[in-house]
Ligand binder design. Structure first.
Ligand code: NAP
Length: 459
């Protein structure tokens, strides 16, 4: 640790998702004399654990028990309902804390860049997932579920999540903590066929085996995999040598391809080596034009997809692109627009990709390394950041500014009413009790106004 670090050390962590919690936890474990404000723009903590993890994967959400313990530490305050960039700026933060850790995730998504993609029935998985999970920003999203056939572009775990949710019956989903309005809307779903579309082959798919297997065990949908799309070249096999997950994926896909259809109400198709090149239709989507791809290894060994000029038309009235989340710039904080991350070296923010360090500023999670990895990946990532922070010389903060009271005064002056952890725990109890009465894990409150009203906080 640097001998010049202040005591107590005041740190702001911006973003109360997994990476923010792991960074907080790592600080608590490594410094006794630390005081942390964990700040989030929503009243609810836990980020993607609440608004990203699929509602039918409740077990994954139990990680919040650990986060609860972190927030219960007397050295931590949760300040929800405080938006960075609007209620607090980078300059404010640097005036009141010795260090800041940006752990804001990757809230946006990428486009496909194909004609027709601007139609209302082309949504991103990011939006669809946030909508069915009751994220206050997406409550009003229009999801055209009168589609019979849905194209889900991408072969990652998010694509698997959205395909599975679309393939399940509403009765299965009604047992989860999916937002009530989404359950109601899914009740009217006319979907019969869901197509996951991978631009590369089965060896290159990014999903994990447990998630893939689950698709083959759905009560409401038969799985359809074309044996001819499972042929794997020598180069692809070399590319996954020693990768137990990808090798297992191939095995499971081969089992799936041999399975006869059982006449279930819906079908979930997994297609490889196809890329959407145009969305067809007028106001509404009628179909998606697909180009078949061949795969070729590059010099680095990466297997890339190349269009063959052979096309097919896929009947689809809704298209969900699930081609990766994307980080966005924070006001007043450096951003690498090429990699869509905050430029950093082991978590220390740099003024530009090759620039000098920005004193006192750190970064953790997806906005540090890009949108990859599962929840637990953020633990080691946050530890690295905290280690860097604790070895650095930090900029001075005047004693009268470096206190929780000074931050409270600033927010009060700006008319900002933070949502504290006790208030969250009360909201949590409210949701859990409502859920218990209905035989569900919880019933989510989905608007900020309602959250504030229930907690007696001024809007
Ligand atoms: P991802 O794993 O990076 O998958 C993105 C997919 O999009 C890949 O198949 C990629 O194909 C494809 N893609 C990218 N650009 C494309 C384009 N222009 N056209 C067609 N396809 C394109 O990302 P993700 O699914 O968003 O997941 C993000 C992270 O969260 C992952 O680490 C994931 O494992 C994790 N997650 C985990 C769970 C879970 O554990 N249950 C659930 C959800 C998410 P290429 O390979 O060809 O680039």
């Amino acid at each position: 640790m640097s001998s010049v670090q202040p005591s107590p050390l005041r740190v702001a962590v911006i973003g109360a998702g997994p990476s923010g919690f792991y960074a907080t936890d790592a600080l608590l474990k490594q410094r006794e004399d630390v005081s942390i404000d964990l700040i989030d723009r929503l009243p609810t903590p836990y980020g993607l654990v609440r608004y990203g993890v699929a509602p039918d994967h409740q077990k994954i959400k139990s990680v919040t028990k650990l986060y609860e313990r972190t927030c219960g530490d007397r050295r931590v305050r949760f300040l929800g309902n405080v938006e960075f960039g609007r209620d607090l700026t980078h300059e404010d933060v640097m005036r009141h804390y010795h260090a800041v850790i940006y752990a804001v995730g990757a809230p946006s998504d990428r486009n496909l860049g194909i004609p027709g993609e601007d139609r209302a029935a082309c949504l991103s998985a990011t939006e669809f997932v946030a909508w069915y999970n009751g994220h206050p920003d997406y409550v009003g999203l229009e999801v055209p579920l009168d589609a019979r056939s849905v194209a889900v572009v991408g072969m990652g775990n998010v694509a698997v999540d959205v395909a599975r949710v679309l393939a399940k019956s509403v009765d299965e989903l009604a047992e989860t903590d999916m937002a009530d309005y989404a359950i109601e809307h899914l009740r009217s779903s006319e979907v019969t066929d869901v197509y996951m579309l991978g631009r590369r082959g089965p060896a290159e798919a990014k999903f994990t085996t447990k998630e893939l297997r689950e698709l083959g065990e759905l009560a409401n949908a038969d799985i359809v995999v074309l044996p001819e799309e499972l042929e794997v070249s020598e180069a692809s096999l070399q590319g996954i040598e020693g990768d137990a997950t990808k090798l297992k994926n191939l095995e499971v896909l081969r089992e799936m391809a041999g399975k006869p259809l059982q006449g279930k109400p819906r079908r979930l198709h997994i297609r490889f080596c196809v890329s959407p090149v145009e969305v067809l239709g007028d106001e509404r989507i009628r179909a998606v034009k697909l180009e078949r791809n061949r795969l070729e290894p590059t010099e680095s060994g990466y297997i890339r997809s190349v269009g063959t000029g052979e096309y097919e038309t896929l009947d689809a009235q809704l298209l969900l692109r699930s081609v990766g989340y994307q980080g966005t710039a924070l006001p007043g904080v450096p951003f690498d627009a090429r990699k869509n991350v905050i430029p950093n070296e082991r978590g220390r923010v740099l003024e530009g990709p090759d620039g000098p360090p920005l004193a006192g500023a750190y970064v953790a999670g997806w906005i540090k390394r890009g949108p990859t990895g599962v929840i637990g990946t953020n633990k080691a990532d946050a530890m690295e950041t905290v280690e860097t922070l604790l070895h650095d010389e930090l900029p001075p903060v005047s004693a009268d500014q470096a206190s929780p009271a000074a931050v409270d005064r600033l927010l009060e002056q700006r008319g900002v009413h933070p949502f504290g952890f006790e208030q969250w725990l009360a909201l949590d109890r409210h949701e859990l009790e409502a859920g218990k009465a209905a035989g569900r894990p919880r019933i989510k409150v989905t608007t900020v106004d309602e959250m504030l009203r229930l907690a007696g906080v001024k809007a």
